[in-house]
Design a protein around this ligand. Structure first.
Ligand SMILES: Cc1cc2nc3c(=O)[nH]c(=O)nc-3n(C[C@H](O)[C@H](O)[C@H](O)COP(=O)(O)OP(=O)(O)OC[C@H]3O[C@@H](n4cnc5c(N)ncnc54)[C@H](O)[C@@H]3O)c2cc1C
Length: 297
């Protein structure tokens, strides 16, 4: 039996390529970082799928929206360090300085839904694994001939008793906020390198749901740091006059604990296991890199 671990874009794409018998997924929802929720009749991903260059889109039916990029900064010189001081470089999706326009994939949810058809996805995760079988949190046992792991390499190391202290990460608290339409701002991407602000990135889109403005707000935090909570982010947004709390109609939040990845992989897993995707390879791949790399993983 061929088992894939993780039902993000990598796991779903891989399951087709390797003709997997089943996918194990830890979360109640599929899609990984790009899981979505239906808000006022519209499927909105918890994280906005931005692409730098649509010309690099793989041969996949993505539709994308295009906006002029209007940047506003606060203490921009410190932005990179605030987000991830020890990352080699910022992931492409945070490198707004290199973007010519703001391109957003419009149909990521439909893409994920489509990929999840005709695949057996079981909402369980491994708590024990050896060279023949996986035992899950629900007490089920799956014998395998090959495992493709697109879930956290760090968690996998822990299960196998391998030292994972070299694999480091930062967490992200992401907020999706819908407000009543407000007066036009002169920016659609606001970046704060100011450590007094709990958030680092705010993206505003105004034509997704009629008469409403849609904001994505990202805060990044060290796992050792006192965690940033939603109230603090909301108050900081209010203090900087970015979002007036009285205008908020709905919001969703998601904590991604392994969001920005750094540190070295210095072990090889010897089981019949192949590690793929951003978490399996422990690399900050963007969605285009993820899709193209999965073909050869
Ligand atoms: C905050 C954030 C914003 C991003 N924004 C962009 C962007 O705008 N544009 C862009 O191109 N890229 C962006 N990316 C990168 C993009 O998300 C990835 O390239 C892509 O989603 C990777 O897909 P994946 O399947 O490899 O990983 P993930 O989407 O992380 O999926 C991994 C899956 O494995 C599951 N899993 C984890 N552990 C276990 C376990 N033990 N057992 C079973 N299942 C498990 C998870 O629940 C998840 O479903 C962003 C990433 C982050 C963190």
């Amino acid at each position: 039996m061929i088992v894939v671990i993780g039902a993000g874009i990598s796991g779903l794409l891989l399951s087709k390529r390797v003709k997997a018998d089943l996918i194990l997924e830890e979360q109640p929802v599929i899609g990984g970082v790009f899981a979505s929720d239906n808000v006022f009749g519209k499927d909105l991903p918890y994280v906005l799928p931005i692409i730098n260059d649509p010309a690099k889109l793989p041969n996949i039916e993505f539709n994308y929206l295009e906006y002029d990029l209007k940047l506003s900064h606060r203490k921009y010189d410190y932005f990179e360090d605030k987000i991830c001081k020890y990352c080699d470089k910022l992931p492409t999706w945070l490198n707004f300085g290199l973007m010519r326009k703001l391109y957003v994939i419009e149909n990521i949810t439909a893409f994920i839904d489509n990929l999840s058809k005709n695949v057996r996805i079981i909402k369980e995760y491994p708590i024990r694994i050896d060279d023949k079988k996986i035992i899950t949190n629900k007490g089920n046992m799956y014998k395998y001939t090959r495992v493709y792991n697109t879930a956290s390499l760090k968690k996998m190391y822990k299960l196998l008793g391998v030292d994972s202290s070299n694999l480091k990460h930062k967490a992200a608290l992401t907020l999706l906020i819908l407000t009543r339409k407000t007066n036009n701002k002169n920016w659609n991407v606001y970046l704060s390198g100011d450590t007094a602000d709990s958030f680092s990135v705010v993206i505003k889109l105004d034509n997704i749901i009629k008469d409403l403005d849609l904001y994505y707000v990202y805060s990044f935090m060290d796992i050792t740091q006192k965690s940033i909570d939603i109230d603090r982010v909301m108050l900081d947004l209010k203090r900087r006059q970015i979002i007036s709390l009285d205008e908020i109609i709905a919001f969703r939040s998601k904590l991604i604990s392994e969001a920005l990845l750094f540190g070295e992989i210095n072990h090889k897993i010897t089981l019949n296991m192949v590690n793929c995707g951003r978490l399996g390879e422990w690399k900050n791949y963007d969605v285009i890199e993820t899709i193209s790399r999965i073909q050869n993983c």
